[in-house]
Design a protein around this ligand. Structure first.
Ligand code: DGL
Length: 276
């Protein structure tokens, strides 16, 4: 069904947010080829139901496999929380059990043990990620003694997607969600930005947190985890081509994607349109 030739590593997000992950992956593993796919036409995913996020993500992964990828990273917390397990358990065995789909939640949770001192973890994510309970469940599995408080931040993705993350209006929503979290648990010492869009708001978030907690972003953690995965799985490593190239696809207007993506990555690129 899919080509058995080696191909690029696929990186998927609902929109631009996954570029913050791609950037760190390419910094750490520049030798591989990549395809980035942003489903900008159907973004945001964070407010959508489980079934819809699963179906959209399944279509995106299938598209990336059709483009030659053997390994796909879901660089989106909402997709990782709501679709990853079903894709791994139900779809992969039907498609091709040698292909792999990995998410961003486990690499983030694994790192908490060396970051938190008092075990009070705060999670800021999309309504979908928070309501899925994925972080609470995974943190409880890895660190049963830790306590987790999660706050949904429904306005942060629209601020980033609409390039309003630097405007004074963004301050209001940053203060609102950060203070909601500290009001629930003033002892929070580790704050996970559990959405790949949020690093664009980091200056404002850092200012608001004002040293009360260590802020955890995911790009470097996911990149380190991918490097480790490829070392442990030479059979997958040989299926990943190494030419240092990256192609960009969006389900929306490619010119608009190109303009915004250049702002995220600080490098010129040319996006293509794709529909699935
Ligand atoms: N960037 C995605 C995440 O990490 C969500 C953005 C959206 O709501 O589509 O959760």
């Amino acid at each position: 069904m899919f080509s058995s030739n080696p191909g690029p590593i696929g990186v998927f997000d609902s929109g631009y947010g996954g570029l913050t992950i791609l950037k760190e992956i390419r910094r750490r593993l520049p030798q591989y080829d990549y395809i980035y796919l942003g489903d900008n036409a159907r973004n945001p995913y964070g407010t959508r139901s489980f079934d819809v996020v699963y179906e959209f993500t399944r279509q995106a992964v299938e598209t990336l496999f059709s483009k030659g990828c053997h390994l796909v990273i879901l660089a989106c917390n909402t997709a990782s929380a709501k679709a990853l397990r079903t894709i791994q358990q139900r779809d992969l065995p039907m498609w091709d059990s040698s292909r792999r789909v990995l998410g961003v939640v486990i690499p983030t949770v694994e790192a908490l043990g060396s970051i938190s001192k008092n075990g009070n973890i705060g999670v800021l994510g999309t309504p979908g990620t928070v309501s899925s309970g994925t972080y609470d469940i995974e943190i409880a599995k890895f660190f049963p003694q830790f306590r987790t408080v999660s706050v949904p931040c429904p306005m942060w993705v629209p601020l980033v997607e609409n390039r309003e993350y630097d405007c004074p209006g963004a301050d209001y929503f940053v203060e609102k969600y950060v203070e909601e979290l500290f009001a629930s648990e003033p002892e929070t010492d580790t704050l996970i930005l559990a959405c790949t869009h949020y690093p664009l708001l980091i200056d404002k978030i850092r200012k608001q947190v004002d040293g009360r907690a260590t802020i955890v972003t995911q790009g470097e953690l996911v990149a380190a985890s991918l490097e480790d995965y490829l070392k442990r799985h030479p059979e997958m490593d040989i299926q990943c081509t190494k030419g240092g190239d990256c192609e960009y696809f969006t389900t929306e207007n490619p010119d608009k994607f190109t303009e915004s993506a250049e702002m995220f990555l600080h490098t010129p690129l040319k996006a293509n349109h794709i529909s699935f």
